[in-house]
Design a protein around this ligand. Sequence first.
Ligand code: OAD
Length: 250
Amino acid sequence: MLADARRVVVLTGAGVSAESKIPTFRDAMEGLWASFDPQSLATPEGFAADPETVTKWYDFRRMKCREAEPNPGHLALARIERELESRSREFILLTQNVDGLHRRAGNKSVVELHGSLEVWRCTETGEEFRDLPAPFDTYPPRTDRGTVLRPGVVWFGEMLPPEAIETAGERLDTCDLFFAIGTSATVYPAAGFSDLARAAGASTVEINPDATPASGHVDESVRARAGAVLPEIVELAFGAGDASPRGGNG
Ligand code: OAD
């Protein structure tokens, strides 16, 4: 399917980063953070009440993610993008992950549906800053003008960025192959993506060691770890060749 596909959409979730040992939101709430309630750390109300604690928490997670490395699953997805691009075929990666590992692995066509730990946004102007030095000197961090920065992630009760949803919808409407990888397929709107792709006539594939609510609706449900099976799929589709991490020979 991948060898013949012309317009590929990949949706990823926390499972793709599991093999890089990225703690999930809940797993990260350990040690120092174990006594906190998710509502107080990941909502606009929690931030308004205690911006210092909330930004410390996101800075802690940002640094954890910087310590992690992309795994063979991430690298295989980066190779899929390179191979399709070199054949003038379309590829887009829609991710629910905020860890930035897809970009670090070499994917360029990435839509971060839930934002990124590497993006911080001015609470007054909306201006976004990426890849700021870590850790911050003060909490909450501030711009040079002294205005407060908030994490550029989507909190509970917030809308996904409209342009991300629009791009996802356009690509899903025209794709001919859709992968859902490492996602429990329970959180909307991403949970509905495989049905949208199927309605557009695409073949649909799920990669997950466990069954999910989407398993019964896809053409192929591959019960395996992403880091184990994605390199095999890529090799079958495109041959052994370019296994080099992060952007090939550049
Ligand atoms: P979940 O934690 O809900 O699901 C992770 C999925 O990955 C599960 O179905 C696992 O079976 C699967 N999995 C585990 N290890 C894997 C591996 N090595 N290879 C492939 N799959 C593996 O994470 P998401 O689906 O990403 O939202 O959750 C979506 C959103 O729900 C998150 O982004 C977060 C959460 O609430 C927000 O923070 C807004």
